[in-house]
Write a protein that binds this ligand. Sequence first.
Ligand code: GDP
Ligand code: IMO
Ligand code: MG
Length: 408
Amino acid sequence: MKIVVIGAQWGDEGKGKIVDYLALEAQFIIRFAGGANAGHTIVIDDEQYALHLIPSGVLYQDKIAILGAGMVIDPEALFRELKMLNDRGIDTTGRVLISDRAHIVLPRYINIDKERDAARKKPIGTTGRGIGITYSMKSDRDGIRFADLEWKEKMDELESGDRDFLEPYLEKLRPMIIDLAAYLGHRKNSHILFEGAQGTLLDLDLGTYPYVSSGMSSAAGAAIGGCVGPRALDKVLGVFKAYSTRVGNGPFPSEFNLDSEDELCSFIRETGREYGVTTGRPRRCGYLDLVALRYSCQTNSIDSLVMTHLDVYDTLSEFKACIAYRIDGKMVETFPASIEALNSAEPVYRSFPGWKSPLKNAISYADFPVEAMEYIEFIERFCETPIDIVSVGYKRKETIIRKSPWVK
Ligand code: GDP
Ligand code: IMO
Ligand code: MG
């Protein structure tokens, strides 16, 4: 079975936790897009791991973790991450592989990324990891792929600074590089998880352009970045938070109003630990935007939703979710492409009563308070998509499975 896990909002939905949880039953975990802009957190017992490039299943000693063709990979960041894992007792020998079609991030791309974003009249607020520059070199057909490291003519053409940067990594990289299409062609009946990075609203095509990242973070990217055809993918899981967050600039219709909701915003940020894993920036917070979530369900063919961070609402007596926008005096129930429209959109809210008890103690869905069930079931109806997994904490065991995605 082949299952895709994507972010259904603006990233940081808890993909790392969910992929780690589901990876128990997978043999291969393939990260299909993005680069070290991602920060995926996994907590096992009292140990916390922050992964940027390596797929989240890597913490199981028997899983193969593959960096897919849609990724842009900084070798320095990759080996730093491998060292971190090895120093913490995770043996990665022979089980971290790289698609030969993935692109390489060079140090000068990182510098250009930082300079260019700082010079923008309205900066995007990139993570400064060279992501956009590497993807634009790729589409300009001037990029360097891992396959090209063996292409003497191409290597000879490189600027000496780039060659000097790559040289120390070549020996270590060689055994990790694979032809992913051929590799998977021999493993057709395997259980594979395709791990997304960022989220639909940061996808280059589907997101809030130009306030997006530059890769394919939506489900379609799993096929291209995983070197399989779209019909090889069995299921798409969309991970979303019970509320919304965003790092960096760009429209966010349901963002808390800092004049009237500053206290609520700080409460959500502190309770949900809403600080960027990669840059440490405080995340912007707001109520759940169901118009945007429904758009994600449609554009990714999401079969099943995974709701995370529901525990963050444990102590609230009331909260809201955005069910439409008012734009220029008109009610809008779809997600507009126009940044002007999104910036001027006034959220139309529906209120929900809180449950005022800790969800962490629930063992099954039946243990949830009725108010939590009402919120979950309202979202299911609104998005016409089931919520099969609910996460009520960052630990592995704080996960309620209503229906396992591994069951056909
Ligand atoms: P990702 O980029 O989608 O993998 O998400 P991040 O790791 O950037 O951010 C998610 C944060 O929320 C991490 O600190 C996780 O440990 C934490 N987390 C994940 N699921 C839950 C949950 O259900 N409840 C709470 N309170 N925290 C969670
Ligand atoms: P994960 O996988 C949240 C945001 C940046 C910026 C925009 C462009 O952890 O969910 P980039 O450096 O990619 O050119 O920045 O995208 N961004 C993310 N926000 N989670 C992420 O990844 C992100 N990756 C990029 O903050 O607004
Ligand atoms: Mg993250």
